[in-house]
Ligand binder design. Structure first.
Ligand SMILES: [Zn+2]
Length: 201
């Protein structure tokens, strides 16, 4: 009930009457929504992945692209959302394909900055199956920028994490970028893009 009381107080602070008809159930609904949108904190990554790891004799690039994701920016608690593209080159283990979007969900359903979210997905795949390389690219729109009219031209942000072969081998990296046909032009796509996420103000 604690959170519902906080939401009720927030409504009052915003200048609203929490007892008017339309708002009566709002604290309950907002609480439920936030619990879902932050359910990634309570998910167990090992449980999500462990029964879906397979040993294979395959070392071509595995790609899962256009994974929809929705996250909350930790600076404003406003959504940022878009597409996530994941690739890896197995050494001897693969992850069940349906588990990759699930992994993206687990890290998206937390308070995030886009750069860290991208990195966490890549690091988890690296640690779980020790592949020859992992690449994650995320393209997102940040409502904290577009709704507030801040830096509109930058409200579409691209982040990437390139590990192992994707980092060391330009041809492998280009093959991946070619395959996902990035919507944006990707000028200066780097390992750790600076300041492409929302502005912390
Ligand atoms: Zn923000």
């Amino acid at each position: 009930m604690q959170m519902q009381e906080l939401i009720r107080k927030l409504l009052t602070e915003l200048g609203e009457d929490p007892d008017r008809e339309g708002l009566l159930d709002t604290p309950k609904r907002v609480t439920k929504a936030y619990e879902f949108l932050t359910s990634g904190y309570r998910a167990n990554i090992d449980q999500v992945l462990n029964n879906a790891l397979f040993t294979v004799d395959y070392n071509e690039m595995v790609i899962v692209k256009d994974i929809d994701f929705y996250s909350l920016c930790e600076h404003h608690l406003l959504p940022f959302f878009g597409k996530c593209h994941v690739a890896y080159i197995p050494s001897n283990k693969v992850i069940g394909l349906s588990k990759i979007p699930r992994l993206v969900d687990v890290f998206s359903r937390r308070l995030q900055v886009q750069e860290r979210l991208t990195r966490q997905i890549a690091d988890t795949i690296r640690e779980t199956i020790r592949p020859l390389g992992v690449a994650v690219v995320m393209e997102a729109t940040h409502l904290c920028m577009s709704m507030r009219g801040v830096e509109k031209q930058n409200s579409f942000a691209v982040t990437s994490a390139m590990l192992g072969a994707f980092h060391d081998n330009a041809r492998t990296r280009m093959e991946f970028l070619e395959l996902i046909k990035l919507r944006s032009a990707v000028p200066g796509l780097r390992d750790t893009p600076a300041g492409v996420g929302c502005i912390d103000d």
